[in-house]
Write a protein that binds this ligand. Structure first.
Ligand code: GLN
Length: 278
């Protein structure tokens, strides 16, 4: 019979990862790993832990093994059908919230919603906002719907979000006028070696790369967004560490004003956006 202390000591995983997987298997809180470390564990729990640890050692992302990831203080379900929410994307949520701060009942559009992390976080923070969440993947929309149902209060979950299966804006009614459009599109260039490293190997390729120069999804969104923006509406896009200048140039060329980039917590220009004057 093994206990938690022994399993953690003998695991070849980084300790933080071993702890997260063991807490997941046992349904324990962090403190229980300490207070209950000598307790004999059921053999099926030990076997589940060993199986997950082996999958982790083979590279599978922690978020896919536990089926969840925290984003903007909320717990999102994660499957292999969606991009795993990243902390730097919280900047995009903050920019959207700032853009609609003084607009009661604001309409927001999230293009390529994946887990729904951005759309659901905005709807959660602003219970008067109406948020449209678009993805071309029906499997991703299932995950986003489930996250909205789990995270938003029942009274809200029905009306706050509208899910649309669409290739970017193709299926959206042109009469919708959004105060803010946000997107974390696939922006990794097809030849970027990062696609073959770490978690990215297990995430949907279509959520990561445009299979071109990394800017084609961004170009498509900047081209189409103006038709769906309300007067003085804003567009904010997340992009790669070396794409800010190119994205600003695309926004300016399309007629956006107040074009600027914002840094993430790592000091990287991570989001660029602008306003479309009335
Ligand atoms: N930020 C992710 C990464 O570099 C990429 C996400 C995306 O392409 N939108 O791992």
């Amino acid at each position: 019979m093994s206990n938690a202390g022994e399993l953690l000591r003998t695991s070849t995983l980084p300790q933080l990862e071993a702890r997260v997987l063991l807490m997941h298997v046992l349904g324990w809180r962090r403190t229980e790993l300490i207070t209950r470390d000598h307790e004999a564990l059921p053999s099926d729990a030990i076997a589940s832990f060993e199986a997950l640890a082996a999958r982790r050692l083979a590279g599978e992302p922690i978020a896919q093994l536990t089926g969840k990831r925290e984003f903007f203080g909320l717990d999102f379900e994660v499957t292999p059908d969606v991009l795993i929410p990243r902390p730097e994307t919280e900047l995009l949520v903050e920019l959207a919230l700032a853009a609609i701060a003084r607009t009661p009942g604001a309409r927001v559009l999230d293009l390529g919603t994946g887990t729904g992390a951005i759309a659901v976080s905005i709807a959660h923070a602003r219970d008067d906002a109406r948020v449209w969440a678009v993805d071309r993947s029906s499997a991703a929309l299932e995950v986003a719907r489930s996250n909205a149902a789990n995270i938003l209060e029942a009274s809200r979950a029905g009306g706050a979000l509208t899910f649309v299966e669409s290739d970017w804006t193709a299926k959206l009614d042109a009469s919708l006028a959004f105060e803010a459009i946000v997107s974390n599109p696939p922006y990794i260039a097809s030849d970027d070696p990062h696609l073959e490293q770490g978690d990215l190997r297990f995430e949907p390729r279509g959520a990561l790369t445009d299979d071109a120069d990394g800017l084609s999804a961004i170009r498509a969104i900047i081209e189409r967004a103006p038709r769906l923006l309300a007067p003085n509406g804003v567009l904010w896009l997340e992009h790669g560490y070396d794409q800010a200048q190119a994205v600003r140039a695309l926004l300016t060329a399309r007629g956006f004003a107040e074009v600027r980039s914002m840094h993430d917590l790592a000091g990287i220009e991570r989001c660029s956006g602008g306003m479309l004057a009335a």
